[in-house]
Structures are given as C-alpha cells and as structure tokens.
Design a protein around this ligand. Structure first.
Ligand code: S3P
Length: 447
C-alpha cells in the first residue's frame, strides 16, 4: 500500500488516538494468567496486539473483541489462572511484535510444556539473547536460532528460581519478561535497569495483587501466593501515536490539534519534555488517572522551535518517538543531536539507517552516528518518494514529513502503520482534507 500526501494550508482538529500498544499487550497477557473474567476498554486492535491475542488463544485462553458503543474496542478475556495455560498445538507467531515474543517468553519459561515462538523476517532478526540469558539463569530451558540469539525460540518451561539481574541494556520488554517469570519462581526476583524504562507491567501487576516493590532503577517481585486478580481497565490513548500529531502541529505554520485522553506516564512522556524544551506551544490539561496510569488532554499549536540534544536517561522515555522527532529536528534551524540510542538499530528496522536514508530523500540534512543522529535543520522539506522499510513508526513519521513538506510525498509500504495505529492514514487524510490527500483511507473511527 502506498500513500500520497500534500501539506494542507491549515491543520486543525481533534484526534482520538488508539489505545496504548504497550498497555494493551500487558492487559491481555496479565489477564491471561489471572483467574477469571476481565474487560479491557479501548484495547488497541493493531497487528501487534492481534498477534498477542492469537498466541494466547493458541495457549487455551478465551477472549472476544467487540466495538462497545463509542468506548473503543473492548476485549473480554477469561484468565484460566496461574496453572491454566496449555501447550499450543502449533508454533506461536508473534509476527512483527517484540513485546509479544519477549513477554510471552517470560511467562512460558515457567509453564511445563514446549512452546516455540517465532515471527516475521524483521522479528527473526531482533536480539533475543537478552531474554534467553537471564531466563536460563532462572533455570528455564530456552534455545534460539543463531546461538540462542534470534527467534524462533524454543522453550520448555519448568521450575524457576528468583535471581538478581543487572540488565546490560535499558529494556522494558526484558524487565517485564523477568518480572513475569519471577511471579512463578521460588524466591524473589530483582531487576536492575541502567536507566528507568516504561513501568506499565509493574503498575498493572500491583493492581492485580502481585507483590512488586522497588524504586527507580531497581524492581523486585515476590512469587505469587495465590492467583492474580483479573483487572478491568480502560487503556489510555497511546502517547507514541499522539507524538505524530504533536510534531505535525508544532511544525505546521497554521495548526492547532487537540489530543484527548493520552497516557502521560512519566516513563513514556519524554516527547512532551523534549518538544517543550524545543519551545513547542504544548498544553497538558485535565490530568487524571485511568487504569492505574496518568492520562491528560494535550493541545499543540504552531511553534517556533529551537534545536535540542537528547541523550542519557531521556532516551528510553521517548525511544519509539525518535523517527518523528527527527522530522521535527529536520525542520528546526540549528543542529539537533540524539545520542545513547544505539537500541534504535534493533527495532522493527535499523531506525538510525532507515530514518537517515528516508529523510534525506526529502532534502533533510541527517547524519548517522553510531548511537544516534545529528540533524541540521533546513528551511523546508521537498516532497519525494520514500519508503517505510516495513517499519510502522517510520511509515507514520514519513506521513508527518509529508504533511510539512512542499509538493507531494509518496510513502511506500504505508500499510505498516497497521502494526500500532490502524486508521493512521484515515486520520491523516481527514486532518489534511483542507489540502489534498490521495490514497486509500483505511481504519476505523474511534470517537
Ligand atoms: C516496549 C518497550 C520498548 C519499545 C517497544 C515497546 C514495551 O522496547 O521500543 O516499542 O511494550 O515494553 P524495549 O523494551 O526493548 O526497549
């Protein structure tokens, strides 16, 4: 699928972004090991979360999805309890989803049967040694292709023991896998992270009755004594989806966009901090709590931005937003630099290489660094033919670049957006309808 985009003269409106991807995965997986029924409103029905649901179904978990009158898609799921999962008859296909394969590896390491986890060609080239190593230390039998480095992973679950693990990379997926395995282990499990990563797993586990403690940088979990209590929740809007519209509004010369109900968990809200540091006219209002997570309404207007340096502990707080942040930097006078972000090389694509290559096609001045990007802002981007490399976040970042560029931008492989934001091109087309957007508008309304 390809999309053709032109910059509209005005960019105004309200966009209700879909439910948060990370929280949706966790709401499905954690409720699948709880005992009893749960309802999850505003569940993200994207390719990645569908992969999680299909894997859970293969493991014997019953669920259904319905469109609940104006409240977004609702997942009803019935957890069979801590010993309720059963061996899948077939290989479990996580498709494009790193969160699915790593979190399920943690759960399945504790279940006494054979599981084989695989995915698409992108996922099969992503590093899994980071979960295989510590799960083995906990006593699990886990193997992977390429010297235990890549999927497919084969797991024969069994009795685990708690460990104290110091993660070499800041990864919420690894931390979550170990906490989930730790629920079933003998003795406590402690995970130290080099920089704080998203804490959705800890929040949700606590709300379900698990004993999780710790402070920034160290998380501890005690083994389950009884059953996890199923959790009804409403998933906040995805800040990683909202980020595309935040950048579009801040950079467009005549813009005001409202983004209601967006998750603003501090471990995820780095993009808000950075856009504000750059000088964006960005309001966060009506802060409230929803499903144990902070949520707010966000408004962004046309702004004069200044360049920015992003590094250190800030990086995990906006790791998924760096492609679209690069679009902002490409149009901001002066030199912006992103460092300490080598993890970008092992995402759905090597985002350092693909972001550089594709933004250059539009006339951006972007330099590849071993662990990030250096970007010298230009006055304008020129519409061009570019491609997503099958990477959802790059596809959408290029769509935003198209909204800001002169002339027509064509994004090839635009369908990748379905991974995390079904309806992205529909929303973009609707927002840009005062200009001219061609292409197939897909996805549903989420009002
Ligand atoms: C995620 C964690 C991040 C992020 C990914 C989703 C999660 O990955 O990039 O899109 O849901 O835990 P890492 O934990 O590997 O950094």
């Amino acid at each position: 699928m390809k999309q053709c985009i032109r910059s509209p003269s005005r960019l105004r409106g309200t966009v209700v972004v879909p439910g948060d991807k990370s929280i949706s995965h966790r709401a499905a997986i954690l409720n699948a090991i709880a005992l009893g029924p749960a309802r999850v409103e505003n569940f993200l029905v994207g390719e990645d979360t569908r992969a999680t649901l299909d894997c859970l179904q293969a493991l014997g978990v019953g669920w259904s999805l319905e469109e609940a009158g104006g409240r977004g898609p609702t997942l009803s799921i019935h957890g069979p309890g801590r010993v309720g999962l059963r061996e899948s008859e077939d290989v479990l296909d996580a498709r494009n989803s790193g969160t699915t394969v790593r979190l399920l590896a943690g759960v399945l390491a504790a279940h006494p049967f054979l599981s084989v986890l695989t995915g698409d060609s992108s996922l099969r080239s992503r590093p899994m040694g980071r979960v295989v190593g510590p799960l083995r230390e906990m006593g699990a039998q886990v193997w992977g292709r390429g010297g235990d480095a890549y999927p497919p992973l084969a797991i024969r679950g069994g009795a685990l023991r708690g460990i104290h693990y110091r993660m070499p990379v800041a990864s919420a997926q690894v931390k979550s896998a170990l906490l989930l395995a730790g629920l079933f282990a003998r003795g406590g499990t402690a995970v130290e992270e080099p920089a704080p990563t998203r804490d959705h797993t800890e929040r949700m586990l606590r709300a379900m009755g698990a004993r999780v403690s710790g402070e920034a940088g160290l998380v501890c979990i005690e083994p389950l004594e009884g059953e996890l209590v199923p959790l009804d929740l409403r998933v906040p809007g995805d800040i990683s989806a909202a980020a595309f519209w935040m950048v579009a509004a801040a950079l467009h010369p005549d813009a005001e966009l409202h983004l209601p109900g967006v998750g603003v968990n501090p471990t995820r809200a780095g993009i808000i901090d950075v856009l504000r540091t750059m000088g964006a006219d960005l309001d966060v209002t009506e802060e409230r709590e929803q499903g144990g997570e902070p949520v707010a309404d966000i408004t962004v207007r046309s702004s004069q931005l200044a360049p920015v340096e992003v590094s250190g502990d800030l990086v995990p707080r906006l790791i998924d937003e760096i492609p679209v942040l690069a679009v902002a930097a490409a149009l901001t006078p002066g030199r912006s630099v992103v460092r300490d972000a080598a993890e970008l090389r092992v995402k759905e694509s090597d985002r350092i290489v693909t972001t550089c290559r594709e933004l250059r096609r539009l006339g951006a001045r972007v330099e590849e660094l071993p662990d990030g990007l250096a970007i010298d802002g230009v006055q304008f981007l020129r519409g061009a033919r570019c491609q997503s490399h099958g990477d959802h976040r790059l596809a959408m970042a290029l769509g935003v670049a198209g909204l800001l560029a002169r002339g027509e931008t064509v994004v090839e492989g635009a369908g990748a957006a379905e991974v995390s934001y079904p309806g992205f091109w529909h929303d973009l087309g609707w927002l840009a309808s005062s200009g001219q957007v061609k292409g197939v508008a897909r996805g549903g309304d989420r009002t």
